[in-house]
Ligand binder design. Sequence first.
Ligand SMILES: Nc1ncnc2c1ncn2[C@@H]1O[C@H](COP(=O)(O)OP(=O)(O)O)[C@@H](O)[C@H]1O
Ligand SMILES: [Mg+2]
Length: 274
Amino acid sequence: MPKWVWHKLYGAVGARLDGMIEVVNFTKRFGRVAAVNDVSLTVKPGEVFGLLGPNGAGKTTTIRGMTGLTRPTSGTVRVAGFDVWREPVKAKGAFGYIPDRPYLYGKLTARELLRFIAGLHKLPKADSEIERWLEFFGLTDFSNELIETYSHGMKQKLTIISAMLPEPPVLIVDEPMVGLDPRAAKQARELLSDYAKKGKTVLLTTHSLPVAEAVAHRIAVLDRGHVLAEGTLEELQRRTSEERSGVEGNTLERIFFKLVEEEELERQRVKDAA
Ligand SMILES: Nc1ncnc2c1ncn2[C@@H]1O[C@H](COP(=O)(O)OP(=O)(O)O)[C@@H](O)[C@H]1O
Ligand SMILES: [Mg+2]
């Protein structure tokens, strides 16, 4: 459909249809240091968006801005059209959040926790869904044990289930594969891909190039609080291979190091000129 027809049909709600997650000029300072500096991103329905960057790049801070856990120093974040800071209840109704470290109440069993969540969301067919999820991650035999007895990986699996059980339109995931064994990591990758295929919106952060390459439709490369580049893997490949030829391979790893290297050179140029 031509773009103008799309606009005529959906113009009124275009903003919401266009981006389920909209980060606009988001900056977060801690004292004098900007952990995230003027980041803008849009994530569309049906998309897995990867926020990729080394440790300390500002990924978790960006996610905390998206989930209303930290107040932007400036800029806005909207989820499903709602300003996360100004309309937190509406925004929070639209997303599930999987933090980088599981925060679960240890004095419940897994089954109790999941029933509690199902009750909060008034989910139909909750019991069969809960059993299906426990089975999927191999937790059935442990489902009546207290969560405080769980290993890190088991807690991580339970956190994933807790966020996905209510089937929110948007899923925000911080370093999903960390702490999972290879089999569970593969399952998690497939879960996120399948979730987007259902028309849901998925944003994940990762410091792992293979993870971004395997699941993300679009990628933003974040370094020291700045977005260095954004696009599909193919677009990033094109961008970095046009700028300098003669470098072998087109893996995300090469692209990533190239972008970081360009950024370094630019920083040096600015320094030299000063
Ligand atoms: N609450 C905080 N107070 C001070 N500095 C912080 C705080 N949270 C994060 N930072 C700093 O912000 C930068 C980005 O951190 P973070 O967003 O956790 O990066 P990432 O998730 O990409 O590893 C780091 O330099 C970190 O030390
Ligand atoms: Mg982090």
